[in-house]
Design a protein around this ligand. Structure first.
Ligand code: ATP
Ligand code: MG
Length: 242
């Protein structure tokens, strides 16, 4: 039977979405590296080679702004494509969390004690690896930034806890990212997941994209915080069906 016009269009549309999704996620993962490496290089120069840094410092803000624009665009592309054509895979969430500080590549992370309580025994979740890693690196960056002004004790400014556990109902994997930083005042806690909300003069994309990505994975993200004590984010992701 000859294909009807509508069938043909739908097939082409789905192929296009699948391609967009695939390339969007690949680009997203590469971009996280490019973004973090660029920040890392500027921070290293600033700290260790101030003269070299002084000669190129004028480029730091424009480069960061450009990178943020690309980040925004990539998130939009990934979100649009992922809503329709998903290229999900089975993921051991504890393995992903274990690797996340490496991907975060934050200079400040050197002065943070990273404690890991990871349970590798529970079942896999289903998701897009690059996007979930983006959620983790966003949360880690926020945690490091929240501890940046803590006093140094034995060379460390605070503790970052990365924990995974099976939820009590056994249907969800829980990822906990906890810091001993500034905490979040109750009056702004409602706004932290809003796009472009930032108290740091930053782009305010981190938590908005984290929430969007977790939602695309049919999960939830929540936050508990106490000013002066620290902040804990909990992500719940459904365990993959057999
Ligand atoms: N762990 C944390 N401790 C204290 N405050 C936090 C923490 N995480 C988020 N916040 C607050 O929530 C706001 C929004 O966070 P979000 O990650 O979306 O944006 P940002 O970090 O300001 O900018 P970007 O992530 O785009 O560089 C932050 O500006 C900060 O006020
Ligand atoms: Mg952030």
């Amino acid at each position: 039977m000859a294909p009807k016009k509508g069938d043909f269009d739908k097939a082409r549309y789905n192929t296009l979405l699948a391609l967009t999704s695939e390339s969007g996620h690949t680009l997203g993962t590469w971009f996280v590296h490019l973004f973090n490496h660029t920040r890392f290089v500027f921070a290293e120069l600033r700290e260790k080679y101030p003269e070299a840094y002084a000669s190129i410092s004028e480029y730091e803000v424009p480069i960061e702004q450009l990178l943020n624009k690309v980040k925004e665009m990539l998130i939009a592309i990934c979100n649009i494509a992922s809503n329709r054509a998903q290229t999900k895979e089975k993921i051991n969430i504890s393995r992903l969390v274990l690797q996340s500080p490496h991907f975060a590549l934050s200079v400040g992370l050197r002065q943070i004690k990273v404690r890991k309580e990871l349970d590798f025994t529970f079942p896999e979740i289903e998701g897009v690896w690059g996007m979930l890693m983006l959620v983790m690196t966003n949360l880690i960056h926020n945690a490091v930034e929240a501890m940046a002004n803590n006093e140094l004790v034995d060379g460390k400014r605070g503790e970052l806890l990365l924990k995974t556990q099976l939820a009590e109902d056994r249907n969800y994997a829980e990822v906990i990212v906890s810091d001993t930083g500034t905490g979040i005042p109750s009056k702004i806690r409602k706004k932290i997941f809003d796009l472009f909300f930032s108290t740091k003069g930053s782009s305010g994309i981190g938590l908005a994209s984290a929430k969007q990505i977790v939602k695309l994975h049919k999960g939830t993200i929540s936050c508990r915080s106490e000013v002066g004590k620290g902040t804990t984010f909990t992500i719940r992701l459904p365990i993959a069906k057999l």
